[in-house]
Design a protein around this ligand. Structure first.
Ligand SMILES: Cc1cc2nc3c(=O)[nH]c(=O)nc-3n(C[C@H](O)[C@H](O)[C@H](O)COP(=O)(O)OP(=O)(O)OC[C@H]3O[C@@H](n4cnc5c(N)ncnc54)[C@H](O)[C@@H]3O)c2cc1C
Length: 331
């Protein structure tokens, strides 16, 4: 990028190392902590843990940056007799690791527990046995002291910019999509050079209050720092004023004029989304309604003359690309 194309709103991202350890030759880490990280008082069927892995002495030590993911290879073989493929997990730990020295990384695995439903042509429509995800359950089952095969790191776009204080941040998450924002908030507020002076908003979406993840951590940040703001979008519970529950996009729409609009329409705004596939589409339409698309999205000609309320998901997937001010990680 030449210097004259860099504007005040253009974030500069750090160079990061990727795939230092590949799935062909994973390295061995050791689980040093595993605890439930749901708020508790269960209402829905989710099981989510916070798992810390010691990677000291491996080439991954000190190489994992907030916002990146790492791989875990479950032992055993798949239905075709081949070794299980690597699964990616977002880092929940800051760049300096849970230990401050880059030796311990963490993540937020959610158990995949379901009834089998046909996914592709050829799947038996009558089959309805218990379906258990391979790697998520393996990681959630791991005990302190267990060895685990890890790879990575991966991802070079979903990162904080080099100069933290030059930007303001809106982090939107659903479910385990909160992991990288724990990681980034730790980088922003617990940095050795002091907490950021930027405005930071976390919007966390869950069905029930009991599904909130790392709730205590974010509540504490909000109590401690005036420039940190924590918004909970709980979709299946009434709000305190008796009105209906809200999804992330609805909450952002509701507080747009007062909270999010001023940040998003200033030169300093950066927008990050992580979580369930599909969460980005409501936001794309909201941004179009608020006429702030240019900064955050490139809309291809095929969609330019279609009213945003008529955009369907497939069109948005094909014809909208986030710019350098919008980071999207969905899975
Ligand atoms: C960048 C990135 C970051 C991620 N970060 C996290 C994270 O922080 N935490 C986390 O928990 N996950 C995360 N994931 C998802 C993770 O990689 C795994 O996909 C997830 O844990 C499920 O893996 P599994 O091996 O348990 O499931 P699998 O055994 O791989 O099963 C899941 C697959 O089976 C199919 N399937 C699902 N339900 C059914 C059903 N009912 N019947 C039949 N087939 C079904 C689907 O095709 C699905 O893809 C991330 C993914 C990416 C790409």
């Amino acid at each position: 990028m030449s210097d004259d194309t860099i504007t005040a709103s253009m974030p500069i991202f750090p160079e990061v190392k990727m795939n230092i350890v590949t799935p062909k030759a994973p390295v061995t880490g050791t689980v040093v902590k595993s605890e439930v990280c749901l708020k508790g008082g269960r209402k829905s069927a989710g099981f989510v843990r916070h798992v810390e892995i010691d990677i000291s002495g491996t080439p991954l030590e000190g190489q994992c940056r907030a916002g990146q993911s790492f791989g875990i290879v479950a032992p055993g073989v798949d239905a075709n007799g081949k070794p299980h493929k690597v699964r990616l997990y977002s880092l929940a730990s800051p760049t300096c690791g849970e230990d401050g020295e880059g030796k311990v990384i963490s993540t937020t695995p959610k158990r995949v527990i379901d009834e089998f439903t046909p996914q592709k042509d050829g799947d038996d429509p009558e089959k309805h046995e218990l379906f258990l995800g391979v790697c998520s359950n393996y990681v959630c089952d791991l005990q302190v002291g267990d060895k685990v095969q890890v790879t990575g790191p991966s991802g070079k776009r979903f990162l904080l910019p080099v100069e933290h204080d030059k930007h303001d941040y809106i982090f939107m998450a659903t479910g385990t999509g909160i992991a990288p924002f724990r990681s980034m908030c730790k980088d922003l507020f617990e940095h050795p050079s002091g907490p950021t002076t930027s405005q930071v908003h976390v919007v966390m979406g869950t069905p029930y209050t009991t599904d909130l993840l790392y709730d205590e951590f974010f509540c504490e940040l909000e109590e401690k720092y005036e420039n940190f703001h924590y918004h909970k979008a709980v979709s299946r519970e009434k709000q305190t004023d008796g009105s209906r529950g809200l999804y992330v996009g609805q909450l952002v729409g509701q507080k747009y004029d007062e909270v999010f609009g001023p940040i998003l329409s200033s030169d300093r705004g950066l927008m990050y989304m992580c979580g369930l596939v599909g969460m980005q589409f409501g936001i794309y339409q909201l941004f179009a309604e608020k006429q702030i698309t240019d900064a955050y999205m490139t809309i291809k000609d095929e969609l330019k003359d279609v009213c945003f309320s008529d955009w369907d998901r497939e069109q948005m997937r094909r014809y909208i690309k986030p710019t350098h001010r919008m980071m999207v990680e969905v899975y």
